[in-house]
Design a binder for this molecule. Structure first.
Ligand SMILES: CC(C)(COP(=O)(O)OP(=O)(O)OC[C@H]1O[C@@H](n2cnc3c(N)ncnc32)[C@H](O)[C@@H]1OP(=O)(O)O)[C@@H](O)C(=O)NCCC(=O)NCCS
Length: 169
């Protein structure tokens, strides 16, 4: 019998290539057909290993990785809530898992760890934004107890897409 090791920990610059792979595969799967192709391509091109290397090297930048059997299989970025009119201390900016690792409870575990880190940094209460068209994300955040607290419309190339904020007090 073999044992799979699962670790959720702060990211370091050595994780940059792994995070970049997760980013590309997860974004491609989640947003193809929702965000116009040219715009999606440009958004993804801004995020290569160099981007993640810089981000993970920055102190207090709040990037966490999910390591599954020795490979980076997911990441989350987190920090202070950016929309001050919403009364939540913390925000998960991004939470993405490799498509092969979705749907088996790992997202729930990363979310829980991210929330602990925010609380430990005195950022109490938490908000996460998701595209309305991203049904999987909406169902996930709702299943984890998030409630809709705001909506906004944002341009993505020629498309105008609705973003929903989910809050946890
Ligand atoms: C959204 C995401 C982070 C969820 O992580 P996950 O590991 O797949 O989700 P989990 O297996 O931990 O699911 C937790 C709960 O969420 C709900 N859920 C998750 N995926 C779901 C889906 N596709 N349909 C319905 N409910 C779903 C379920 O209630 C589930 O609990 P259960 O398994 O006990 O029923 C992950 O699927 C992902 O990276 N998706 C693509 C990128 C993305 O959309 N990220 C969020 C951007 S805002």
């Amino acid at each position: 019998m073999s044992t799979v090791l699962i670790d959720i920990r702060p990211a370091c610059s050595r994780d940059a290539v792994g995070i970049s792979k997760v980013h590309d595969e997860a974004w491609e799967t989640a947003y193809r057909g929702i965000i116009p192709a040219v715009t999606l391509g440009k958004m993804m091109a801004r995020r290569g290993p160099d981007y993640w290397s810089r981000l993970t090297a920055r102190r207090g930048a709040g990037t966490m990785v999910l390591v599954f059997d020795g490979e980076v299989a997911g990441y989350a970025t987190l920090g202070p809530n950016r929309v001050k009119r919403l009364a939540y201390g913390g925000e998960i900016y991004e939470l993405y898992l490799m498509p092969t690792h979705q749907g088996i409870g790992l997202g729930r575990r990363v979310f829980r760890e991210a929330r602990k880190v925010l609380n430990a940094n005195k950022l109490n209460g938490l908000v996460v934004w998701a595209l309305e068209d991203n049904v999987q994300a909406r169902q996930f955040y709702t299943a984890l107890g998030g409630v809709e607290v705001a909506r906004t419309i944002e341009p993505f190339g020629e498309a105008k897409l609705t973003k929903i904020a989910f809050g946890w007090t």
